[in-house]
Write a protein that binds this ligand. Structure first.
Ligand code: SF4
Length: 454
């Protein structure tokens, strides 16, 4: 019989190739079998209890007779998990702020309550060699009861894996909290069901739980940041907090919404760089801004005119200026660097889709089955086969307008229209009169989801 690695099994092998610290013959059977199959593409063997176990675990699969070595090798090269190095745990969509630019301003508010399910998913991701985990919301620090026990679990499980597999060079574990900083300079405040006396008290608790990095959301220079967040003084509170974060033994980092790209537009980032990194006196603002933007532990994204941010749109481009082929987004079939576990349990890729891709829900299906079959998903195929462009004529410009600021706003609208048409079995190439009626309703529903209609 012939066996091959699944997407998860291939990721497991990939994360260990070239990271061996001992001679190959010294590694445990599971690792040597994964590496052997990775190196030879296919494993020819009669079924042994061990191979049966590897298949039951979802690391390997028996191949159909007609499948060729080249086809298996192509599947390895196209493995959607290959470039996934970060997992976002969304945990909650509840938030105590109502930011003008929020891309989740209209999403349903919910919080994950099954922390054990998230711990089990963390175990699988760690075994697959993923060692960077970001907690994003909503506002996790305020509403995500149990998130710190998941942080502790990640640390314990990572240490246990390292001790049980000392023959690999393990990547550093990074556990990051993304926060608005609402709790800074507060006293006796409630955070995720616990009460903290002060900022320092909370920072100590985060460190003790095993958090490694604390990332603050920054939307621009002081005035824009505080205006968009509708919290006067927040920008300065974050700047004052950075030395305290370092003193608590945590790495301060920032997640920046980039608007404009001239050095002047970004010079304010120099303030944060000075407090995060140790620069020599002679270093210029330009070098400091570069350091912030090139540090993979910071995050930067463009303002996308979707959800709340539709109101901030400056109509940068007209539909007619857009080459249809630019609508294809590689992330939906080759996600990099992250996958998200949404607060609903859905596995998601695009931060704008509110987990509407339907790759699978870890409360309804084993996570490893979802990961091993990502390429069966409609949205995956829509972009892998570059079929998204055919939905552009089906979008109602009376609802969405003809001007956009960001390509991803349009991609999100078309993905949601395509998804809803697919779910109703409507073929975009053969629309019947009833389909046209349904399409009107689909455009209305999507316009409400994307913030283009109240
Ligand atoms: S559509 Fe845009 S935001 Fe969504 S995954 Fe693609 S590049 Fe990212």
């Amino acid at each position: 019989m012939r066996y091959a690695l699944t997407h998860s099994g291939h990721k497991y092998a990939l994360s260990r190739v070239n990271r061996l610290k001992v001679l190959p013959q010294a590694v445990p059977l599971v690792d040597s079998m994964m590496l052997y199959t990775h190196a030879n593409t296919i494993l020819e063997s009669h079924e042994t209890p061990f191979i049966r176990e590897m298949c039951d675990k979802g690391w390997m699969r028996q191949l159909p007779e007609e499948m060729t070595q080249e086809q298996v090798a192509l599947q390895y090269r196209r493995n959607p998990l290959e470039n996934v190095h970060t997992i976002n745990f969304e945990f909650t969509t509840h938030c105590n702020l109502h930011c003008m630019h929020c891309r989740s301003g209209i999403v349903k508010r919910l919080t994950e309550t099954n922390v054990d399910a998230l711990k089990a998913s963390a175990d699988l991701f760690l075994e697959m060699g993923i060692s960077r985990f970001t907690f994003v919301g909503g506002e996790v620090s305020r509403y995500a009861k149990g998130w710190l026990s998941l942080v502790r679990h990640l640390q314990e499980r990572y240490q246990a894996l390292r001790e049980s597999s000392p023959h690999w060079r393990w990547r550093e574990l990074k556990i990051i909290l993304l926060t608005s900083g609402w709790w800074l300079e507060k006293t006796d405040f409630q955070a995720a069901g616990e009460t903290y006396a002060s900022t320092e008290d909370y920072l100590t608790a985060l460190k003790e739980a095993g958090l490694t990095h604390l990332m603050f959301s920054i939307d621009g220079p002081e005035e824009r940041h505080d205006t968009w967040r509708k919290v006067p003084g927040l920008y300065q509170r974050i700047l004052r907090a950075l030395p305290k974060v370092k003193a608590a033994g945590l790495h301060p980092r920032i997640s920046v919404v980039v608007k404009g790209n001239t050095p002047e537009d970004l010079s304010y980032l120099g303030d944060f760089a000075d407090l995060i990194y140790d620069f020599a006196k002679k270093d210029t603002t330009h070098e400091k801004v570069r350091t912030i933007l090139l540090d993979p532990d910071n995050f930067s994204s463009n303002l996308v005119d979707i959800n709340n941010a539709v109101q901030l749109s400056e109509s940068h481009f007209h539909l007619s200026q857009l080459p249809t082929e630019s609508l294809r987004c590689k992330a939906f079939f080759r996600p990099s660097p992250k996958l998200s576990v949404a607060a609903s349990g859905e596995i998601s890729i695009c931060p704008l889709m509110n987990a509407a891709e339907k790759y699978g829900n870890l409360h309804q299906k084993p996570l490893i089955d979802i990961l091993n079959n990502l390429d069966d998903n409609f949205i995956f195929k829509l972009h892998a086969e570059d079929q998204i462009g055919q939905y552009l004529p089906l979008m109602d410009p009376k609802l969405f307008g003809e001007h956009f600021d960001h390509l991803c706003s349009l991609r999100t609208i078309l993905n949601l229209i395509a998804r809803k048409m697919h779910d109703r079995g409507i073929d975009p190439q053969q629309l019947s009169p009833t389909d046209h009626e349904a399409l009107k309703q689909i455009n209305l529903d999507v316009a409400r989801l994307t913030g283009h209609m109240p």
